[in-house]
Design a protein around this ligand. Structure first.
Ligand SMILES: [Zn+2]
Length: 80
């Protein structure tokens, strides 16, 4: 009579849902980006965006400073 136990023991969400370790929510796989190998990304879309944005900022911040050069006057010589 008590068959409910088997249902709660193992959630059937495993295939269609994935838990995002960043926000802790179990979301449908459609909420996850796909990697080039076809597997769902580790984090859900909103979290993945935040994470990748942070990572990119670190890179660009390091590149930006030393590569910055003042534009030397192109407009100086007239006639010649
Ligand atoms: Zn998330």
């Amino acid at each position: 009579m008590r068959d409910e136990r088997t249902n709660s023991a193992r959630p059937a969400q495993a295939r269609t849902h994935k838990r995002c370790p960043a926000c802790g929510d179990s979301k449908p796989l459609s909420e996850f980006y796909r990697t080039s190998s076809g597997r769902p990304s580790g984090y859900c879309k909103p979290c993945q965006r935040v994470i990748s944005r942070r990572a990119r900022r670190r890179r660009t911040a390091a590149v930006r400073a030393p590569h910055r050069r003042p534009a030397r006057g192109v407009a100086g010589r007239a006639g010649g």
